[in-house]
Design a protein around this ligand. Structure first.
Ligand SMILES: [Zn+2]
Length: 280
């Protein structure tokens, strides 16, 4: 009973915005990134990760093993909740830092802040490890289209909180639009996140021209996610019943966003960890 009471209390106090890609999505992004790190960056990351406490699930720490830590952390630190998304209004096409990221409380600024900490070798290792854990998670989050938008919902008379307040039926199951993008589309494609990585490595990456795609800034990534939310994620039938037609259009977007998040994360980490005169 106490447990149920506590669970209800936590549910009531949690920020309404959902937790972003589920664990699967974050693990996929992190694993794709880790496979693309150069040896020097990987070695520095492994030194930081060595301080992580091994668990039964993760006897050796990896980027995928720490990729969802920020969602756990946010449950006990609600002041960090706004760092997981950026609410660019659906009816505006560009990111406006003054309006969308007040006091740095959005994913775009959070990525910039933690990149600076990770890059600074004069900072304590514990702070840099924490920055790494936030970065691995937030680069994933900013690529989830519904983490970069917010739409006024005439039906509820409220902001829809990135689709959290839009009830839908996903292949006959009652859920909300945000959850469809966090986990529904991924799990329907491949149930096992490791197999999803293999799928992207064998079907998405080969032969694809990635010129320019690994670059850009977190603000660019957010604007791109926002566009995809407008064009694809919100393109739901009036009755809210999402099935094969929607899946066929949305699934390639999920592949793209997970793959691009992975290569962009690798690049961001490598640039942050590149030797400088003061940090070798
Ligand atoms: Zn998150």
């Amino acid at each position: 009973m106490k447990t149920i009471g506590l669970a209800c209390l936590i549910a009531l106090t949690l920020p309404a915005q959902a937790l972003a890609w589920g664990e699967e999505g974050h693990s996929i992004v992190a694993e794709i990134a880790q496979r693309r790190l150069d040896a020097a960056s990987l070695a520095k990351i492994q030194v930081l990760l060595a301080a992580e406490t091994p668990s039964v699930d993760h006897p050796a720490a990896s980027l995928s093993s720490i990729a969802s830590w920020a969602d756990d952390y946010r449950a006990s630190h609600p002041d960090t909740a706004a760092w997981h998304f950026v609410n660019i209004p659906d009816d505006r096409s560009t990111y406006d830092p003054d309006a969308d990221c007040r006091n740095g409380a959005c994913v775009v600024d959070a990525i910039a802040r933690f990149r600076t900490v990770l890059a600074d070798c004069s900072k304590p290792a514990a702070d840099r490890l924490e920055a790494l854990k936030f970065l691995v998670h937030f680069v994933g989050d900013v690529h989830q289209p519904l983490h970069a938008t917010d739409r006024w919902d005439a039906y509820t008379g409220k902001d829809d909180q990135g689709g959290n307040l839009i009830p839908v039926m996903f292949f006959g199951q009652s859920t909300n639009l945000h959850a469809v993008w966090d986990t529904g589309l991924i799990m329907r494609t491949v149930y096992d996140w490791g197999a999803y990585v293999v799928r992207l490595e064998t079907t998405w990456f080969p032969g694809r021209d990635l010129t320019g795609l690994s670059g850009g800034s977190p603000a660019d990534w957010a604007a791109d996610s926002h566009r995809l939310a407008h064009e694809v994620a919100y393109d739901i039938p009036d009755d809210g019943a999402i099935g094969a037609r929607y899946f066929t259009k949305a699934q390639p977007v999920v592949d793209r966003q997970l793959a691009l998040a992975g290569i962009r994360l690798a690049r961001l980490l490598q640039e942050a960890l590149a030797p400088t005169p003061s940090c070798q």
